[in-house]
Design a binder for this molecule. Structure first.
Ligand SMILES: C[S@@+](CC[C@H](N)C(=O)[O-])C[C@H]1O[C@@H](n2cnc3c(N)ncnc32)[C@H](O)[C@@H]1O
Length: 274
């Protein structure tokens, strides 16, 4: 099914080997030297362009590319000037001075939330099951690591706190042993109505339609609650119903989204993980 809607495109001949590898992993066709606006066989392409991989809608009026980015733009600005531990996401997961829970982000996507959590001092394991999202995220992390090694030791520390795994969270969480439970499990599954919202940029609509609607997301909540030390945090659009129709212990509400927090056990006053 993916084969009919997505192709892999190598921008130049030296990108071919990487493009071929991705094409075999995702089981898609690949093309060389074709501009996305001239490709009328597939509505989307995954473009390999030097060290950068991005998702692009094809056709003349297509919106801009989608990629994971940690060295510039909104997430970089937020790391440097974004309010630190005062941010709502920090309160939701319980990060504060002396308390740095390790976090399992079971719906990693393009890694923005995980990056914020890692920049606040937590170790984060990121799980992503979509081969497209995984490919974009892995590429964003690799580029950030390369950049940071040369230019930004602080950023390198943040990137080194993030460990990405390509796996379904249902399988991963179910296999966790009692002695290895994460302190916090963070869930931000796709929400179907997001696609209709004016807030969702056109570019992101491409990502949503390829990655899918996460219709099995309800099942994650009871599973997560049975495999976590302290709390499960669910990010939802502000007016969305509770995940799995389950009422949280408390909520934090922002302008467009909210956090539903399900407490299993009180977090200790001091908590540092390496
Ligand atoms: C809304 S996005 C998450 C956005 C992310 N919080 C960010 O800041 O970029 C949801 C992502 O979770 C992934 N996902 C949903 N259910 C999953 C599961 N059971 N296992 C692994 N990944 C899952 C989807 O493939 C999608 O990429």
């Amino acid at each position: 099914m993916l084969k009919t809607i997505l192709a892999i495109l190598a921008n130049q001949h030296f990108d071919v080997e990487i493009a071929k590898k991705i094409a075999s992993q995702i089981e898609c066709d690949f093309f060389i030297d074709r501009a996305p606006e001239n490709l009328d066989t597939h509505p989307y392409v995954l473009m390999v362009d030097g060290n950068k991989i991005y998702l692009q809608q094809t056709g003349r009026k297509a919106p801009g590319p989608i990629f994971a980015e940690f060295t510039e733009g909104a997430v970089d600005h937020r790391r440097k000037f974004g309010g630190g531990k005062g941010q709502m996401i920090a309160k939701a997961v319980g990060i504060k001075a002396g308390v740095y829970p390790n976090i399992l982000d079971a719906t990693a996507g393009l890694g923005k939330d995980s990056f914020v959590l890692a920049s606040l001092g937590s170790q984060v394991t990121l799980l992503e099951r979509s081969p497209i999202a995984y490919c974009l995220l892995e590429n964003g992390l690799n580029r950030a690591r390369d950049f940071a090694q040369e230019n930004d030791p602080e950023l390198l520390t943040v990137i080194n706190r993030m460990q990405l795994i390509q796996q379904s969270s249902h399988d991963y969480i179910a296999s966790l042993k009692t002695e290895n439970l994460p302190d916090v499990i963070y869930l931000d599954p796709m929400f179907p109505e997001r696609e209709k919202s004016a807030e969702v940029k056109k570019e992101m609509a491409a990502f949503h339609s390829l990655v899918g609607k996460d219709e099995d997301a309800d099942l994650l909540l009871p599973l997560a609650l049975a495999h976590v030390n302290y709390r499960v945090v669910v990010k939802r659009p502000r007016k969305a119903p509770f995940l799995n129709n389950q009422t949280p212990s408390f909520q934090l509400e922002g302008k467009s989204s909210r956090f539903d927090i399900y407490t299993v056990k009180k977090m200790p006053e001091k908590l540092t993980r390496s």
